[in-house]
Design a protein around this ligand. Structure first.
Ligand code: ADP
Ligand code: TRP
Length: 329
């Protein structure tokens, strides 16, 4: 089984990214062949500062390695290092109905907010489909918000297969129900675009302050509360042991506690949970060239796989490369 996922370097990773997506990459790398990449081409739709994008791309790689992605087990690379993906994007674009893209949420939301979208944002799901299909991926671990894009990918693959014979493998999304939509500091979905994130590797003191400012309801101290409907509890559960979670749930049901107490417990749990990755990150940061070597080796492997798939697709639709072009690859 081949597993693939991508993550945009549009900011530092937050708890939603970790529990919804990155944790799955790491769990799956032992049993399956993993391809994980940093989606810098997608990030170009929002970041227009070369130095910042370069730095965020490197930071993303360091974060993933620090969190446990093992380059001996999985292939880690940068999206733009595999040009076959953008070639495949064009081919897929010719099978993409406009209406399908008009319904995609990233574009739709921007338009509804009255902002002008560019063709990059509009065709974003096609590039994402190419990312997935270029490696014959079977499984795509993501958070809930990406499911629509994987459906689009399946639609495009089906449409191409229907016209030209079976060239693409159909992928499936993999969602963790326990963390499909991790809440942010305002209780809504945690997201860089909503300014409600808690970053994984934020300075511990700043992180604790942020946690203390998480919005809560105005329930009186003595009243019991259902833990299942409370976003502080949802966050605590992700990082605490089973025993701690049970104790906290009992406390909620009994009542007579303050949210400040829960927030301190959450900050402690987060500090413990990410202590090892934090130490690994500090080490990796001192060796950026080692990280770049890992990305180069990953890109070489990824290009080999993508070139094979692209060749098959080009044969299928009648644009098989000339011998000169084939020799260049
Ligand atoms: P953001 O919404 O902050 O821009 P991205 O779109 O870059 O995050 O998401 C990267 C990955 O993390 C995707 O697989 C996405 O589904 C997952 N993810 C992002 N936010 C959350 C969240 N709050 N809960 C669960 N998964 C999430
Ligand atoms: N669009 C995804 C996100 O914002 C990132 C991404 C790009 C991706 N290509 C992908 C995810 C391919 C899974 C598979 O999170």
């Amino acid at each position: 089984m081949r597993v693939l996922s991508g993550i945009q370097p549009t900011g530092r990773f937050h708890w939603g990214n970790y529990f919804g997506a990155i944790r799955q990459y790491i769990e799956l790398q032992d049993e399956h062949e993993g391809y994980y990449f940093i989606a810098n081409l997608h990030a170009l739709t929002t970041i227009r500062d070369a130095e910042r994008l370069r730095q965020l791309t490197l930071d993303a790689a360091i974060d993933l390695l620090a969190l446990g992605l093992d380059p001996h087990k999985a292939t880690l690379f940068v999206q733009s290092d595999v040009p076959q993906v953008t070639q495949l994007t064009w081919i897929l674009m010719t099978c993409t109905p406009m209406g399908l893209l008009e319904r995609c949420h990233a574009y739709k939301e921007k338009k509804e907010r009255g902002l002008t979208a560019d063709a990059g944002l509009f065709t974003y799901p096609v590039l994402m489909a190419a990312d997935i299909l270029a490696y014959d991926s079977n499984l795509v671990p993501v958070g809930q918000d990406q499911v629509q894009h994987i459906e689009v990918c399946r639609d495009l693959a089906n449409s191409f297969n229907h016209h030209f014979g079976k060239a693409f493998v159909l992928p499936e999304a993999r969602i963790l129900s326990s963390a499909a939509k991790v809440p942010g500091t305002d209780g809504e979905k945690m997201s860089k675009s909503y300014n409600n994130t808690i970053e994984i590797f934020e300075d511990p003191k700043a992180q604790r302050k942020k946690i203390m400012r998480i919005q809560t309801d105005s329930r009186p101290m003595d009243q019991p509360k259902d833990p299942e409907t409370d976003h502080l509890f949802q966050l605590f559960r992700l990082m605490a042991t089973e025993e701690e979670t049970q104790e906290m749930a009992d406390l909620y049901r009994r009542g007579g506690f303050g949210y400040g107490q829960v927030k301190q417990a959450l900050a402690d749990a987060a500090e413990r949970f990410f202590a090892e990755p934090r130490a690994r990150r500090a080490e990796l940061e001192k060796h950026p060239d080692t990280v770049r070597d890992i990305l180069d080796a990953g890109a070489t492997r990824a290009r080999e796989t993508a070139a094979e798939v692209l060749e098959r697709v080009e044969q299928a639709c009648g644009i098989a490369p000339s011998r000169v072009a084939a020799a260049k690859r």
